[in-house]
Each structure stands twice: as structure tokens, then as C-alpha cells.
Design a protein around this ligand. Structure first.
Ligand code: SF4
Length: 324
């Protein structure tokens, strides 16, 4: 299956880095590095029981919400957007923005309520793009049609929590859906002209280099517009922390993760924007792994290692016959 338009591929080939950073894609596509404004619609997660129990074993109870959406007084969408814009302008000197419906599952509501919430977000500020984070099993046809309708007004991204293509792992971390659901969602979104970004986690318990390679090869053959790669973090007060303490499983230091990530990137199409290379968790909430490299140092190490090894994004791209 062809991936995306040829011009993006040509631009990626000119990239000086050994991978194609999302920021570069944003500048080439929108003329500026759109800054994300995280917004919590307050819809919760369909995969948690009332009160917050259940859910994916790695997920903290706050659903990985952006910090500024958790501050007192941040309840209204308009107020969240006002504060998010002010923060982005102050911190990053940003001038162009993407609304990022990030927390929990941003399509977990009846279509009429979804529509009303999306309209409020779009009325609050003339965003250049809208990005919606959700689960693969939370995209009924009515939601797909609603999102496709919004596409006439601005670019719409859907960020899907895929995590891995291996069903035994998905069951072990209690994702509540299988790989087939992710694949169906990616194709359905793409068919409606929506941009799809996949979230993956490298290092889930029970997985090895062979699993990571299969996940990369499988995703490489699908029509994605971006990929967000996380290394597994064991976060406090999660089911995964309890599992880790009871039966420790391997977690990766920065150098071991770089080895994994280099091979993973090498199996992805060279024109697929890389939205994230590793996970951020506040130190007070992180159980393992504890890295000695800061985020910027890790990125520099990764680039140097890829160059030293002669590895680039796409240099191990599997042939379509291997990913059928
Ligand atoms: S990762 Fe997403 S789907 Fe899983 S429990 Fe957290 S918010 Fe819900």
C-alpha cells in the first residue's frame, strides 16, 4: 500500500537528521511548527470503571492529562484554551496552534455531545488543526462522519492508542481491544481523509526485539501520517507498578532503549513524521526506569549512534511481502 503523497517523501529525503521529525513536517505542511494546546473535554475513559478503577495497566489514574488542564479554575474549555494559548506563547513564542484533545478518550460521548464540544473548541480560537486522542474501539461510524465533516474546515488528526500489534501483550496490559481493532480504525480514518497518528510503546512486558520489529513492519505498511513512540515507564499507583514489584520484568536504560529505537526507526518509512522518541514522566511519579540522560541528551545520543551505525529511518524498511 502506498503511504502518502510523493512530495512529503521527497522532502524527507532532504532531511539532515537520520529520522524525520514531526516539527519539520509541520513547518513543511503548515508553514510553522504548530504548537499544541492540550484540552481535556472531561469525557473520561470507557475502559475504566466509575471511580477510575480498571483501565490499561500502565495508565495512571489521571489518564496522562497535561498539567495545565488539571489546575484549579481550568474546568471550562474556553478557560483551558485561554491558558493553554498564553502558556504556549510565553514558553515557546508560538504563533500558530493545534487544538489537542488529549486526556483520556476524546470521542467517548454521544455524537451530539461530541459535536457540541468540538464546536466550542473551534469557536474559542481559529486553530490551524485539530488533534483528537482516542481508542481504536471508540470510533463508531457516527463519530467518523463527524470528524470527516470537520475536515472541511481544518486539518483533523486522530491519535490512536495502538501500543503494539501483538494480541497477547494487549491482553496482558488489559488494553481491552485487539490489534484487528487498531487496524480497522486506521483504515477507516484514512478512508475518510483523516490523518492518523499511532501511539506505540516499546518495552511492554513480555515483548522482545522480534516483537518490536513486527510492530514496526506492520505499522509501516499502513497509511499513517505520524507515529508517537514511547519507551515503557512504570508509573506509580498503576497496576503495572504492582506487577513490576511482584514479578520484575526488564525495563530499558537510555542506551538499551536507543538500541531498540534505532532498529524500530530503521523499519519505518522515511517520510513518516516521528512525533515522539521517548516518554516524559515527572520524577516523583516514575518507578522505573531511571535514566541518567536528560531528554535532549538522549536525542543527541540517538542521532550520533544512528549516524555512527549508518542507520536511518527507512534503512531496514521491510518489503510489502513481509508485512502482509
Ligand atoms: S491508556 Fe487510555 S484507554 Fe487506557 S486506561 Fe488510560 S485513558 Fe483509558
Amino acid at each position: 500500500m502506498q503511504h502518502e503523497p510523493t512530495p512529503r517523501r521527497r522532502r524527507a529525503e532532504r532531511a539532515p537528521l537520520p529520522f524525520y521529525p514531526y516539527k519539520q513536517f509541520l513547518i513543511e505542511t503548515y508553514g510553522a511548527p504548530l504548537q499544541r494546546v492540550p484540552i481535556d473535554l472531561g469525557l473520561g475513559c470507557p475502559h475504566r470503571r466509575p471511580g477510575g478503577a480498571g483501565g490499561c495497566t500502565f495508565c495512571p489514574a489521571d489518564g496522562a492529562r497535561a498539567k495545565h488542564t488539571q489546575e484549579p479554575g481550568g474546568d471550562s474549555l474556553e478557560e483551558q484554551i485561554r491558558r493553554g494559548l498564553a502558556f504556549a506563547r510565553r514558553r515557546y513564542r508560538a504563533a500558530r496552534f493545534m487544538a489537542y484533545l488529549q486526556a483520556y478518550t476524546a470521542t467517548f460521548a454521544p455524537p451530539a455531545r461530541q459535536r457540541a464540544l468540538f464546536e466550542r473548541v473551534l469557536a474559542a480560537y481559529p486553530f490551524d488543526a485539530l488533534s483528537i486522542a482516542t481508542r481504536p474501539d471508540c470510533l463508531p461510524p457516527a463519530t467518523l462522519d463527524l470528524l470527516a465533516g470537520l475536515r472541511n474546515r481544518l486539518d483533523v488528526w486522530v491519535e490512536l492508542g495502538v501500543q503494539t500489534v501483538h494480541d497477547p501483550t494487549l491482553a496482558r496490559v488489559n488494553r481491552g481491544h485487539d490489534w484487528a481493532a487498531s487496524r480497522r480504525a486506521i483504515l477507516a480514518l484514512h478512508d475518510r481523509g483523516l490523518r492518523v497518528a499511532a501511539h506505540v510503546i516499546l518495552g511492554l512486558p513480555g515483548e522482545t526485539a522480534a516483537h518490536f520489529a513486527r510492530t514496526a513492519d506492520t505499522l509501516a505498511a499502513l497509511p499513517l501520517s505520524g507515529i508517537k513512540i514511547h519507551n515503557l515507564h512504570v508509573v506509580r499507583d498503576t497496576a503495572l507498578e504492582r506487577e513490576f514489584r511482584a514479578t520484575p520484568f526488564p525495563v530499558y536504560d537510555a542506551y538499551a532503549y536507543a538500541d531498540i529505537l534505532i532498529e524500530f526507526l530503521a523499519r519505518l518509512p522515511p517520510d513518516l513524521p516521528i512525533m515522539r522518541l521517548n516518554t516524559d514522566t515527572p520524577a516523583a511519579e516514575l518507578v522505573a526506569p531511571r535514566w541518567t540522560l536528560a531528554k535532549g541528551q538522549f536525542r543527541q545520543y540517538l542521532i550520533a549512534e544512528m549516524n555512527r551505525r549508518g542507520r536511518r529511518q527507512g534503512s531496514l524498511l521491510a518489503s510489502p511481502a513481509n508485512t502482509a
